[in-house]
Write a protein that binds this ligand. Structure first.
Ligand code: NAD
Length: 257
């Protein structure tokens, strides 16, 4: 399928799932707006590399997704927004009674409230263009919980509820809103945790992956950033025109347990 002429904004897309989603949308022909809160040479170089690889226009726009005005400015600066992927996210792990307040606030702001601001700014642009796709990167933790991840689980359940509401508000328009719910995905962030887990559990790499990291993922395989990107491309296809307000789990069976 071709997304030629469409512009996709992917928040938190200088690494991991966001970058994987941006790459697949670019491969399908969409012009891209990459984003993170940094403004490094390598961020802009990444945009140049993707533009050369896929023959599309790619811009990098710095915006801190913990700040509402910067979320809205991202959409305005992009100048177009046919596809909005709300992906930026952070994690912190601690029991509720010891959970640092500033971590709770940051997780709710970046993983949930940012999507409210970007979507609010993007919908009028999509309505004017007569077509739009809002894709929220939620998580298996948008559908089920784990201990010590209260803020993350609350934010991800919140984004699933937000997805349904936006879908109902746009149901009579050529705009859809859905959430992708990944299980464990081998992003650089997750890869970096493996050596520590090997030490802490006195296990080899394969054992840590199977028994610790993929404990709740029945396939015993990581999902990939390419699979997240492919799912996003599918949600942008005509086959998905009537798919709205729902979640698509890409979690190796986690939420079937
Ligand atoms: P990652 O750390 O590789 O990517 C997170 C991205 O968000 C980065 O580009 C980072 O720069 C950006 N970001 C962080 N804070 C930001 C801020 N204040 N403003 C703008 N950008 C900011 O992690 P990832 O694993 O690729 O996670 C991406 C999304 O996927 C998150 O929403 C995460 O919750 C979700 N997710 C990840 C997994 C997994 O196993 N990796 C599983 C389920 C859901």
């Amino acid at each position: 399928m071709s997304l030629q002429g469409k512009t996709a904004i992917v928040t938190g897309s200088n690494s991991g799932i966001g970058l994987g989603v941006a790459r697949e949308l670019g491969k399908a022909g969409a012009n891209l707006v990459l984003n993170s809160f940094t403004d490094r040479d390598e961020d802009h170089k990444l945009a140049e590399e993707l533009a050369a690889e896929f023959g599309v226009t790619v811009r990098y726009i710095k915006a801190d997704m913990s700040k509402g005005d910067e979320c809205r400015a991202l959409i305005e600066k992009a100048g177009a927004c046919d596809i909005l992927v709300n992906n930026a996210g952070i994690q912190h792990v601690a029991p509720v009674d010891q959970f640092p307040v500033e971590k709770w606030d940051a997780i709710i702001a970046i993983n949930l409230t940012s999507a409210f601001h970007t979507t609010a700014a993007a919908l009028p642009v999509m309505r004017k263009a007569g077509w739009g796709r809002v894709i929220n990167v939620a998580s298996a933790h948008g559908l089920t919980a784990s201990p010590f991840k209260s803020a993350y689980v609350a934010a991800k359940h919140g984004i699933v509820g937000f997805t349904k509401t936006v879908a109902l508000e746009t149901a009579r328009e050529p705009i859809t809103c859905n959430a992708i719910c990944p299980g464990y995905v081998l992003t650089p962030l997750v890869e970096a945790q493996i050596p520590d887990q090997m030490k802490a559990n006195n296990m080899g790499r394969d054992e840590v992956i199977e028994k610790v990291m993929l404990d709740r993922q029945p396939s015993k395989q990581f999902a990939t950033v390419e699979q997240m990107g492919g799912t996003a491309v599918f949600l942008c296809s005509a086959a998905a025109d009537q798919i709205t307000g729902t979640t698509i789990s890409v979690d190796g069976g986690w939420t079937a347990l």
